[in-house]
Design a protein around this ligand. Structure first.
Ligand code: GLP
Length: 239
């Protein structure tokens, strides 16, 4: 667990990402959406502008996506990944993947997403956020740890938390496609970002509580290389 100022945590992870892409030009990144990693992606953009790298061989796999809104919807995770990562970093769009409930023109359908990650060599560095109920990706409490990428109903709490991105709760999709706990655990290295006291309970349960499917992030205790990057608020309930 790294307990650090928010901007210092962003800088640390942005440097890790930049150095990984520099050292390994065919690296496979696992990228999350949400507000927590946004500033990290901006810093990577700044680093790439200041010191350009050949990123043509870098691949990225997104964690999750809503079901029921078009890929070009401004709040879709396709749009987020495109505008925060693919375009500003100059990645090859053919190597950037976001899960889909049904195969789009060039998309990977849900049931073959894990195969596509494996075929690319597996994820070298997976970035995660955490939901207030301990979800990672969109794996809500109760999701079996054995599940791969799948379609997942969203809980009312998750839909409420994400209503800020839409005109109102009614516009928030009711389900999603998400990498499963088993998919996430196959990444070679995982970094989870959490900020603010509203995440403290979920963080404490994930790090210090029992490993239980009721707290999806607790599965990370079974992974040998996980870093939690927390500000004071998010770390406040850790012993
Ligand atoms: C969403 C995403 C998650 C993300 C979580 C936390 O539900 N599906 O991948 O980790 O929200 O988001 P934030 O970082 O905005 O708090």
């Amino acid at each position: 667990v790294i307990h650090i100022r928010r901007d210092a945590g962003c800088e640390w992870l942005a440097t890790e990402l930049y150095e990984l892409m520099e050292a390994q030009p065919d690296a496979v990144l696992g990228v999350a959406t949400g507000s927590s990693p946004e500033a990290v992606y901006t810093r990577v953009t700044e680093k790439l502008l200041a010191h350009p790298l050949d990123v043509s061989g870098i691949s990225a796999f997104a964690l999750d996506e809503y079901v029921g809104i078009p890929n070009d919807h401004p709040e879709s995770y396709h749009s987020f990944i495109d505008s925060h990562i693919t375009v500003p970093w100059g990645l090859n769009p053919q190597r950037v993947h976001v899960p889909e409930s049904a195969a789009g023109d060039d998309g990977i359908p849900v049931h073959t997403y894990d195969d596509a990650i494996a075929a690319a060599g597996g994820v070298d560095l997976q970035i995660l956020g955490i939901g207030h109920n301990g979800h990672i990706g969109f794996n809500e409490p109760g999701t079996p740890f054995s599940r791969g990428t799948h379609v997942q109903q969203l809980t009312p709490r998750t839909r409420e938390a994400n209503a800020r991105f839409f005109d109102g709760i009614d516009d928030v999709p009711r389900s999603s496609v998400t990498q499963g706990p088993a998919t996430i655990l196959r990444a070679r290295r995982i970094v989870l970002l959490a900020y603010g006291a509203s995440k403290a309970e979920a963080v404490a349960a994930a790090v210090e509580g029992p490993v239980t499917q009721e707290v999806p992030a607790s599965v990370l205790q079974r992974h040998p290389n996980v870093t939690f990057v927390l500000d004071e608020g998010a770390a406040s309930l850790l012993s």
